[in-house]
Write a new protein. Structure first.
Length: 234
């Protein structure tokens, strides 16, 4: 009986949060980021997420697209943090990987930078399908990367690509999931050493990254944290 109490409390908390999220005020807030969709004729806003996916998101991490201004600020900070004596980070050497990519807005914004390729990993099939459609529809004169892919998979078991990586996290997982991701990253770096940067937006679990012996923090604000693996050669 005692073991069921935390689970019951968690369920009630999720249901209460879902009820609040369904109010007209919250709905208006979710549609408040629709300018990006209007500009590029895509569907990335959180307001159009169905009730089943919103409820599932409460148990993991509710879908919320990154604001363009915040994303560009983070990428500017990343570019100014090369590991050695280079002036700026050369994005052409890196694959951009978004864990918990949702409808793919971050993938679209990342494609405006000259990454080697851009990859998103999304657990929910419905969001993944919308992301795939967005990748096909996106048109922007400033786009520099055209190798874009959305993969429907569990981020906690997803095998990291062997490329040098910029890993983007918009607080997509609970602490247990974040620790699994970092363990997988450690195994991947052991098998193939290479430079990896972790760009963590809304860093509620920053302590999990800070405790990891493979990583060091190189920049950040109250909105994001930027980590890099130790011993990287970029």
């Amino acid at each position: 009986m005692r073991d069921t109490l935390p689970a019951t409390g968690r369920l009630l908390g999720v249901l209460w949060e879902y009820a609040l999220d369904s109010t007209p005020e919250r709905l208006r807030q979710r549609y408040g980021d629709a300018d990006y969709d209007w500009d590029y004729r895509v569907n990335t806003t959180s307001g159009a997420v169905g009730w089943r996916d919103r409820l599932l998101g409460m148990f993991h991490s509710a879908y919320q697209p990154t604001e363009p201004a915040a994303f560009h600020e983070m990428l500017d900070a990343l570019q100014q943090c090369p590991a050695d004596n280079q002036t700026t980070l050369n994005f052409r050497d890196f694959t951009f990987l978004d864990l918990g990519s949702g409808k793919g807005r971050t993938l679209l914004m990342a494609s405006d930078y000259p990454f080697r390729r851009v990859v998103g990993v999304e657990l929910l099939p419905s969001l993944h399908q919308i992301a795939r459609q967005n990748l096909l529809q996106y048109k922007n004169e400033s786009q520099k990367c055209f190798a874009l892919e959305s993969i429907c998979a569990d981020a906690t078991t997803f095998p990291f690509p062997d490329d040098p990586l910029v890993v983007y996290l918009f607080n997509p997982l609970p602490e247990s999931g974040m620790r699994l991701v970092l363990a997988n990253l450690g195994h991947s770096l052991y098998a193939r050493p290479r430079p990896v940067y972790l760009l963590y937006h809304n860093p509620l679990l920053e302590h999990v990254l800070s405790e990891n012996a493979l990583l060091t923090k190189v920049a950040g604000t109250n909105q994001y944290s930027l980590f890099r693996n130790l011993g990287s050669s970029y």
